[in-house]
Design a binder for this molecule. Structure first.
Ligand code: NAD
Ligand code: LMR
Length: 332
């Protein structure tokens, strides 16, 4: 008996085939991030690079039956790893231990990020660059300075990944309000460390929290990273939630590149919002498009309390950003 088999064909267009490179793919974030990127159907070429371990991670995730190729690269092959990349995600660098601030990572991570940025400038100058390595408030300006020095800086293609703050804000507000976090959207602006992280609760579903509850929630969102660092007691910082955050942000960047509309995520970008006050980079909602950043949104209506938080964040951001800029000037 001949059975009738219904077939459907799905058009696959070149516009949704992308090479994504992960620099630091062997690490705590890099491994689960690589796994999640392997599950993204827009990623057709996944390039995994690390000082050590990337070929093993690549062999492992390559067995997952999605329609993409995966290659692992060792240090001598960084140029090949990067060549033709549409998106480069950078989680390379050391994580915090209890008692450290993100700024304490600067001395080690600044040169790692500077050198990787040089390689991106040389081998995939048109790629969108997603910086995860801390301190993000300084590493993003480091990448910008390197790209400027090589004449390939495109501010629309450089992003500090602040999505973990957005995920935490949804989760933590749902715990306070007793709701499903899936339905909680909180815009988080500013930067990615302590008091520079400013959740705009007045624009959330829960604008009328009493002052004590609101302050405790804001503090938890600002210092959520410390909870994980403490719980891991010396074994590092957030990796799994960060991988989810990084995969979500990379997915949104790819959606934008592919021409999808209304793709909006907060991100730490070269921003006009407070440039006249000396703040060169600032995180706010960004609409992502075929060339990277399409629109940088203003902050919208803020409560008086949020105005104060943003003001405090700006003072610290100016210093963090300058530190990154000075580092590249003094250590080109
Ligand atoms: P990890 O130590 O587990 O992994 C880091 C990886 O980077 C290692 O595999 C290491 O070999 C690799 N590496 C170091 N130097 C390199 C180089 N020059 N080229 C390529 N690879 C290199 O650390 P992790 O937990 O994955 O964290 C990585 C970074 O991400 C840290 O700086 C951490 O603070 C940061 N982080 C940022 C966020 C965020 O929200 N943006 C969240 C969590 C962690
Ligand atoms: C986080 O927010 O979890 C990361 O920035 C890692 C850290 O050092 O807290």
């Amino acid at each position: 008996m001949i059975s009738k088999i219904a077939t459907r064909t799905f058009a696959s267009s070149a516009a949704s085939a992308y090479k994504v490179s992960v620099l630091g793919a062997g690490g705590g974030i890099g491994q689960p991030l690589s796994l999640l990127l392997k599950l993204n159907h827009k990623v057709t070429d996944l390039s995994l690079y690390d000082l050590k371990g990337a070929p093993g991670v690549a062999a492992d995730v390559s067995h997952i039956p999605t329609d993409s190729t995966v290659k692992g690269y060792e240090p001598e092959s960084l140029s090949e790893a990067l060549k033709g990349s549409d998106v480069v995600v950078i989680p390379a660098g050391v994580p915090r231990k209890p008692g450290m601030t993100r700024d304490d990572l600067f001395n080690t991570n600044a040169s790692i990020v500077r050198d990787l940025a040089k390689a991106v400038a040389d081998h995939s100058p048109k790629a969108a660059i997603l910086v995860i390595s801390n301190p993000v408030n300084s590493t993003v300006p480091i990448v910008a300075e390197v790209l400027k020095s090589k004449g390939v800086y495109d501010p629309a293609k450089l992003f500090g990944v602040t999505t973990l703050d957005v995920l935490r804000a949804s989760r933590f507000i749902s715990e306070v309000a007793g709701t499903n976090p899936v339905n909680e959207k909180v815009t988080v602006v500013g930067g990615h460390s302590g008091i520079t992280i400013v959740p705009l609760l007045s624009q959330s579903n829960h604008k009328d929290l009493d002052a004590d509850t609101r302050d405790a929630l804001i503090h938890r969102i600002q210092f959520g990273g410390d909870e994980v660092v403490k719980a891991k007691s010396g074994a590092g910082s957030a990796t799994l939630s960060m991988a989810q955050a990084g995969a979500r942000f990379a997915g949104s960047v790819l959606d934008g590149l592919a021409g999808e509309t209304d793709v909006v995520e907060p991100s730490f970008v070269d921003s006009p919002l407070f440039k006249d006050e000396g703040v060169e980079f600032f995180s706010s909602k960004v609409t992502l498009g075929p060339s990277g950043v399409k629109t940088i949104h203003s902050l919208g209506n803020l409560s008086d309390h949020e105005e104060e938080l943003v003001k405090t964040a700006k003072d610290t951001l100016i210093k963090n950003i300058q530190k990154g800029v000075d580092f590249v000037k003094q250590n080109p």
